[in-house]
Structure formats: C-alpha cells, structure tokens
Design a protein. Structure first.
Length: 646
C-alpha cells in the first residue's frame, strides 16, 4: 500500500513496522490504514514535540505504532460498531437524558456482581453513565481508595475479575449505561511491578519514576511545589528504605510516573488501550495537572501535560474512537478550562460550580456563583461539563481570587470563613463537615462531608432537604452531564466509622464515602421519610430534565435577577445551539432558571422579568405562572420556567 500512513510528516518507518508485524488480513490492514492515516501524524507530532531530544524517541514511536495496530486488531467487532456509532454522532453525550452516577464497588454493592444486580435501580433513577471508583489491584491496606494501582490489568480480587468487568460493561451498555473508570496515569502504587523492579535497582524501571540518591533535586523541586497531602508527608518526596528519595505527590505509597521518559508514555498507552478493550466508554483522567514536572515551576498544568493528554487522545482516536476523556483538574478555574477540548478532554469536572454552590448556600449570596456562570461556564463546542454537588473527595475553594476581588471579597478571608462554616465552627452554621488536610503552616484546609450532612440534615436543620434539592437543581440544569454521588439521592449522612479503621482514620474523606444506605433506599418511595422526600423530589427533577430539550448541551446565559439571594440563568432553545443539537431541538422556547439561596422569601420583580411574556410554564410543578407581578420564591425554592420573549 504505497504511501499509506505517510501523509503529513514522515512516518513511513512507523508504517513499515506496522505492515511488517501485521497478523490480520489485508482487508483489516486496509481498514486500519484509514485510522492510522487520519491520526498518526498528529500523534507523531505531539510525541516528538515532547520527546525529540530523548535518545529513545524514534524507537519508542515506532514500537507504539506497532502496538496500536495490535490493539486495533484485538478490538471486538461490537466495540468497533460502537466506535462507528459515536463517530457518526459525536455529540451523543450532550443529551438532556445524560445522567451520571458514581460509587465504590465494594461500599455500594459488595462486588461487581452486586453492581450488576443494581442495574434495574440505575435504570429506575435514569442513569446513562456509571463511574465505578477504582477497582484494580491495589495494596491491601494502603490504597487511597484504589487510587494506588498495582496492576491496571487485574481487578481487585475482592471485587471480581477482568472477565466480570468486561461482561458488566456489555450489560451496562445494553441497559443504556456507559461505563466510566479511572485512568490513574500520574502514579502507580509502590507495589506495582514497575515499582518493585525500580526498588530492586533495575535501571529500566528506575527511569519510570523520579528517584534520587540525595536531596539535591528533591530540594530544588520542593522550593516551588504545592503540598497536596501534608498530613501524610511534607513536600513531594518520600524516602525509601535504602535512603533514596522518590516523588509521591499524594500518599507516600503512590509514586509519580516519569513522563519525561517516552517508554512511560508508551507503557501507559498500552494500559489505557487495555481498559478501552474492556468496553469502557469514558476514562476519568485522574490528577491531570500533575503529570509533567520541571524544576523552578509549581509542576502543575505545565504545557507538556496538555501535549501528553492530547497524545493519549490521538492514540484513542486511532484504536478506540468511541472513548471520551474526562479531566479531573481540581485547580484554579483558568487551569481547569485549559484541559477542555475535543482533542484533549471532552468532559471535565466543574469544580468551580461545585464549590460555589456550597459557597452560595453558606453566604445566601449568589454573586460569585452568578459571576462564574457568566464568565467561566462557556466551553468549546463538542465538550461538556460534568456538574456535581460533591464527589468522593474533599471540597476545595478553588475560585479565583481576582474574580472574588471584583465583588469586594477577599479570597483568603472568605476561604477561612467557608472552612469554619462547613466544619461547624461558625455560629449558626447548619453544616456538619470535617476538615481535610488542614495545614497550619499555610492556613489551607478543605472540607469532607456528604451532601446531606453539609446541607443540615445531620443536624436536623429544617432547611436541609430544600438545600439538597436546590443544590442538585443547579447541577441538573446548567448543562453537560450531571453526576450524582450514589446514596446522596436518599440523603445519606456522614459515616464516622472511618475513625476506627487505622487505614482510614487519617483521611477524613472517608466520612463522605459511607456504605450503601440500605434503610434509606428502602424508604425511598415514602414521601413521609427524609429519604423519600429527597428521593422523590430528585426523581421528579431528573424526569423533567430528560423531557426538556433546552437542557441539552451547555449553552447558558447568566440572568441578572437584581436580587443577590436569587441565582438566575437562561438555557436557550434550538437556534442557539450547534447545528446538530439545534435540529434535535426543533426550536423550542427557552428555559429561565431561578433559584433562591436565601432563608427567606425573595422576589424577582416584574420589571426584571419584563423581557418575557407574562405567561410562563413552570416545568417542575407543571403549572402555568404569570410573571406580571414578578415571581416570589420561598426559601431554597427554584423554578424552571419555559418562557418566551415579550
Ligand atoms: C484524585 C482522586 C483522589 C486521589 C488522588 C490521587 O484526585 O480523586 O481520591 O486521592 O487522585 O490518585
Ligand atoms: C486531588 C485530591 C484533592 C486535592 C486536589 C488538589 O483532586 O484528591 O484532595 O484537593 O487533588 O489538586
């Protein structure tokens, strides 16, 4: 096939190696050629832009090309059919029916079989996306909830095995649910084979990590690097038994991979394609900000981190184009946005909206949240936010100090207030959170807690259920993929049992990772119980959202309610969205969302609403309302109004 694979820059060497090692049929080779020709030039460019100066650059790229061919050949016909479907409908995840759930396999359902048995419930709830927390082989005691991976190709035996995971992916797909798993590519556990061989002194594997004999390099790096888990160890390096130092951004048993070595990229691309071959639909790209290090910098969100994620994406574009990446960057909003792109991460957690939702509940003031919607919500076509009320992790106050200053808010003082408020050290607080990684040296602190405990349910505050619904109403109506932390929909409370478990006692995030709340689930259809009231209210919102095409996509316009307690935004109908979504909508109206974060009745006055026709339809209650005299909202009340211009 003369010329195949050589378009763009010269990758004829790589292509020749693919052809030489091809074990499939000529027809298959012809098919693979199309994918290779379309994306290998991009991959090669990205790869060489990072590794050109490395002696092993060219050889690693050729070896990678051969492995791409093998992985494509091994990809099942079913998954190739999914690839074709997604290529034909690249905006599939922008639908108003997309709804995510996240859980720990063991805590929520015991094991993978237990998850299978919950599929009918997931369907009852309306899930189309299920993130199973890390389920791979990990050290038995210290595993950071599975984020310390000892083998990406083995399921933790307590949960099941690889064949069960593959079967689960298939079953979920048949039930209309995409499987999401983590790609924990910044680090491995210290029990991973690569780490063991590095410890044993095998040069090849020492070069997979950042290992130094003395403190010179570690000291130099630590001058500019932030401490992530200061309760565990100061700085970024931990000392090995043999006296050497290894980079561990998170726990001491999670060793950062050295992406300056192209062999590491290639090895991890192989692990990624293994996951893709199981039928995973979305990879949650863990700790994206940390993968590239350069002395004299914070070693977060450096340009090479982006190039490498794009290169991983190009690998998928060749072998497994159905796969999406979700960025986990819990950093400054400017940095979060940089990972979001069709060619990088098509999905991203929205930590700013998450944090500011809690901020607005504490202050009863929506100005920061409103400013964030106005200024930071818009992202490029073909991408979407994952909007969540809370995750398995802590809540960090990642808003921009400059944004806050414009509203006369001092970022540092405000974070101190929010921390005090959410750990219940502020008079009159409704919240029962737990401090996480409180750093007396820097004054930094983050918050652990379940949605219900942070909203006042644990403390018996009468506003709790209203706050829980309000917080979810924002995640469900601002666009993209809403993500529920499973168990929150029935109001699960903090679990303080972690304090009795030596492996967890030092990590307060376990307070917000309770076991499956069976009693609450049993009550879920009884509106007289807290669980039922929360659940039935959320179910209603989910149903309404799934029939409201204006909620597809991410386009949103901030709406000034002229009342700081009431948040407002508009979700435009058809004509404002991209072509594809526009056709799908057929030009419906427009939905105006109003949400009262105050503890008192609040009015959005008639003049403020005068741009809309007097007759509006409130979707969550399915009733007509007149906007003539303005709209009054009870404490924590929200309205999804289908409106038309006046
Ligand atoms: C991510 C995970 C977190 C984990 C960390 C290290 O931030 O969400 O739970 O501790 O990565 O893998
Ligand atoms: C990870 C950690 C979280 C931390 C963040 C810092 O997401 O899980 O605790 O705040 O990294 O970027």
């Amino acid at each position: 096939m003369p010329g195949a694979g050589t378009s763009g820059s010269d990758h004829s060497g790589a292509w020749a190696a693919v052809e030489r090692s091809w074990s499939g049929s000529p027809a298959e080779l012809a098919e693979f050629t199309i994918r290779f020709d379309e994306h290998f030039a991009t991959l090669g460019e990205l790869f060489t832009s990072v590794y050109a100066d490395h002696h092993d650059c060219a050889a690693q790229l050729v070896a990678l090309a051969v492995e791409l061919g093998e992985a494509w050949l091994a990809r099942s016909p079913e998954l190739k059919a999914v690839d074709a479907q997604r290529l034909a409908d690249p905006d599939w995840f922008q639908s108003e029916r997309m709804l995510g759930g996240v859980c720990y396999v063991d805590r929520y359902a015991g094991d993978l079989d237990g998850i299978r048995e919950k599929i009918p419930y997931f369907q009852e709830l309306g899930l189309t996306y299920l993130h199973l927390m890390p389920l791979f082989l990990a050290p038995e005691v210290n595993s950071d909830g599975g984020y310390a991976v000892s083998s990406y190709r083995e399921v933790n035996p307590a949960l099941g095995d690889i064949e069960q995971l593959r079967a689960l992916a298939t079953e979920l797909r048949a039930a209309g649910i995409s499987l999401v798993v983590d790609f924990i590519f910044n680090h491995t556990s210290n029990e991973h084979e690569w780490a063991r061989r590095a410890i044993a002194g095998e040069r090849e594997f020492e070069e997979y990590y950042w290992i130094y004999r003395d403190r010179e390099a570690p000291d130099a790096f630590e001058r500019t690097v932030r401490e992530i888990f200061p309760d565990d160890h100061p700085g970024s390096f931990v000392q090995l038994d043999d006296g050497r130092w290894v980079w561990a951004t998170f726990y001491s048993f999670q060793w950062d991979l050295n992406y300056a070595n192209p062999a590491v990229f290639r090895a991890m691309a192989g692990e990624m394609l293994f996951l893709a071959g199981l039928g995973v639909d979305v990879l949650r790209m863990d700790a994206v900000a940390f993968i590239w290090k350069r002395v004299g910098t914070p070693c977060e969100s450096l340009p090479e981190a982006h190039v490498l994620i794009r290169a991983f994406n190009a690998v998928c574009a060749i072998v497994a184009p159905a796969l999406l990446f979700k960025s986990e960057a819990i950093v400054h909003p400017d940095e979060v946005a940089q990972y979001i792109d069709r060619g990088e991460c098509q999905l991203s957690y929205n930590p700013l909206q998450m944090a500011l939702g809690w901020e607005a509940l504490a202050t009863r003031d929506t100005r920061l949240l409103s400013q964030a919607l106005e200024r930071r919500h818009s992202i490029v076509d073909g991408t979407a936010w994952v909007n969540y009320v809370r995750s398995h992790d802590d809540i960090g106050w990642t808003f921009s100090d400059e944004d806050a200053a414009e509203l006369g808010i001092d970022g540092h003082a405000h974070r101190r207030f929010l921390n005090a408020f959410y750990v219940g050290r502020f008079d009159g607080s409704f919240a029962r959170g737990v401090p996480f990684q409180e750093n007396p040296r820097t004054g930094d602190c983050r918050i652990s807690g379940t949605t219900a405990s942070l909203s006042g349910l644990e403390q018996g505050d009468p506003g709790a259920i209203g706050r829980i619904h309000l917080a979810h109403s924002i995640a469900l109506s601002t666009g993209g993929v809403p993500l529920l932390y499973l168990g929150d929909e029935v109001g699960q409370l903090n679990d303080y049992g972690y304090l009795d478990d030596p492996a967890h006692a030092g990590d307060s995030r376990w307070a917000n990772r309770p076991a499956y709340p069976a009693a609450a689930y049993a009550d879920r259809n009884d509106p007289g119980t807290d669980a039922g009231a929360i659940y039935l209210g959320l179910r209603r919102l989910i149903e309404v959202r799934s029939r409201t095409p204006e909620f597809a996509g991410s386009t949103l316009h901030a709406f000034d309610t002229h009342n700081p307690h009431v948040l407002g935004y508009q979700r435009p109908g058809g004509e404002h969205l991209g072509d594809h979504l526009g056709q799908h909508l057929g030009g419906q109206g427009e939905v105006l969302c109003l949400a009262n974060f105050g503890d008192t009745d609040e009015l959005v006055d008639g003049r403020t609403l005068s741009g809309f026709a007097a007759d509006a339809h409130e979707l969550t209650r399915d009733e007509s309302v007149s906007l003539t005299g303005g709209l009054r909202l009870r404490p924590h009340e929200f309205a999804w109004l289908r409106v038309t211009p006046s």
